[in-house]
Design a protein around this ligand. Structure first.
Ligand code: NDP
Length: 451
């Protein structure tokens, strides 16, 4: 192959910015990966010549569609739905669906791009995708959510399939929504197949899937701490969010002897100096999942705790941090405060919760920093195992799945270490995750030729 002309990093980013105007989250995600990948491929002509990173940063396709539904007052409502199929070099597209008022094409493209690297890191054969709609399920009745999900799937079904694209849940899409979506897929196609993951156990769901992202993030944290001869026992933790990822991260922290001081939602955070025990956490799960209440109600039930309206928990002094709510929830100022207060480790349960500037603060301070694409990959890994169970028409028990999850998180940690170890033995987990995730996808793409 003849030697191609290499563009430098800034020229590459300028091109991404020009082609994706106004898509700030997507550009942010590409920039973060490109910084590391450019240094890795500097002397590797084959990746340059085949324009691999340029191709991964251009989704295979972006499908956008109208979702029309009727609310309980018989008003016709119109939402926009999307599926971004980013890259299927190493397996069928895989990634969650997000229902939230903030959803737009930039956010879904960033999530699908990140998912491509994350799925590669798990070692399982899954490509990267993401989807969702600008529909806010909060405050909607069950019937409204059902009608929306049915309408959404009436379009989505033609773009997905067990060997094509297998969506899952994400913000605003839990087991209730997956049930409605799966029911509609089955009704339309007359096929029972593993087309969605995160299903309930009664119809092909996997043990450990609800727990996997949060538990996995704590296993990843444990691996990072072990690398510096530390452990979780006795460590204080600030966690954001109170959804699926946050509550399960809290649960695993508690079971390993950690003291969880905070949880939050989009109204603010609660601070419990005594620590959130398993009993208190069970109360929160009931509040959020069954009653669909707000986190501030915790302080009515447990009067020692305080609620901090419209604030995030990053002021609270703690040893470790698990941001588990949403993207860009921890900025440079927050990162500086955390470092000043002596935080030793950050493991991201959410996707890209730390801004680029915040990441630099953590990296410069050389604290342990596990980016989402590595630390929260446990969820999609168990989704991958749900696909395997559906294909074999078998259900594996929880112990087996927890062991596999633990092994996968430890393997991801090792992959990050392989490509991210600094000369002094410390690990740049961002660099390690980006390069390890890139290499597998890139080598598959090289094998396929240009296309
Ligand atoms: P949930 O919908 O179960 O919970 C989301 C939580 O984050 C809620 O407490 C929500 O509060 C809070 N939140 C949402 N938006 C904001 C905001 N703008 N500011 C402050 N808090 C906010 O979602 P998940 O727990 O599933 O997902 C959380 C994160 O983890 C997301 O980044 C997701 O992409 C990522 N993730 C999830 C995986 C999974 O398996 N579920 C897998 C890998 C990553 P409120 O109730 O007020 O909306």
């Amino acid at each position: 192959m003849s030697k191609s002309e290499h563009v430098d990093l800034e020229t590459f980013i300028e091109g991404v910015e020009k082609r994706n105007q106004g898509q700030t989250e997507f550009i942010q995600a590409v920039r973060e990966v490109a910084q590391d990948v450019f240094s890795f491929i500097e002397d590797k002509e084959q990746y340059h010549a085949a324009q691999i990173l340029r191709r991964i940063a251009e989704p295979d396709r972006v499908i956008s569609f109208r979702v029309c539904w009727e609310d309980d007052n018989h008003n016709i409502r119109v939402q926009r739905g999307w599926r971004v199929q980013n890259n299927n070099a190493i397996g069928p597209y895989k990634g969650g669906l997000r229902f939230d008022a903030s959803v737009n094409e930039s956010i879904l493209k960033f999530l699908a791009f990140e998912q491509t690297f994350k799925n590669s890191l798990t070692g399982l054969p899954m490509g990267g995708g993401k989807g969702g709609a600008n529909f806010n399920p909060k405050g909607k009745s069950d019937s409204e959510v059902m009608r929306f999900c049915q309408s959404f799937m009436t379009e989505l079904y033609r773009h997905i399939g067990p060997d094509t694209d297998v969506p899952a849940g994400d913000i605003g899409v839990g087991s209730r929504e997956i049930g409605y979506l799966f029911g509609q897929y089955k009704r339309i196609t007359n096929r029972w197949e593993g087309v969605l993951t995160g299903k309930q156990l009664e119809f092909g769901g996997s043990q450990m899937r609800p727990e996997a992202t949060g538990y996995g993030a704590v296993y990843f944290l444990e691996n990072m701490l072990k690398h510096i001869d530390e452990d979780i026992d006795g460590k204080t933790a600030a966690i954001s969010g109170s959804g699926n990822v946050a509550t399960h991260a809290a649960e695993m922290m508690i079971s390993k002897g950690g003291k969880v001081l905070t949880l939050s939602d989009s109204d603010g955070f609660i601070h419990d100096k005594e620590g959130i025990t398993q009993e208190k956490l069970d109360w929160i799960k009931e509040l959020k999942q069954v009653k669909r209440g707000r986190i501030k109600e915790y302080c009515d039930e447990f009067s020692d705790a305080t609620f901090h309206k419209d604030k995030n928990p990053w002021d609270v002094e703690c040893d470790v941090v698990l941001p588990c709510a949403t993207q860009n929830e921890l900025d440079e100022k927050d990162a500086k405060k955390l470092v000043k207060n002596g935080v030793m480790a950050v493991a991201e349960g959410a996707n890209m919760p730390t801004t680029l500037e915040g990441v630099h603060v953590f990296k410069d301070a050389q604290i342990l920093y596990g980016p989402g694409k590595a630390a929260n990959a446990g969820g999609v890994a168990v989704s991958g195992l749900e696909i395997s169970q559906n294909a074999e028409r078998l259900s594996w028990d929880a112990d087996k799945l927890e062991t596999l999850l633990n092994e996968i998180m430890s393997d991801i940690h090792d992959r990050c270490t392989e490509y991210g170890e600094r000369e002094d033995g410390s690990v740049d987990y961002v660099k390690g995750a980006n390069i390890a995730g890139f290499k597998k996808v890139a080598d598959a793409m090289l094998a396929f030729g240009v296309g």
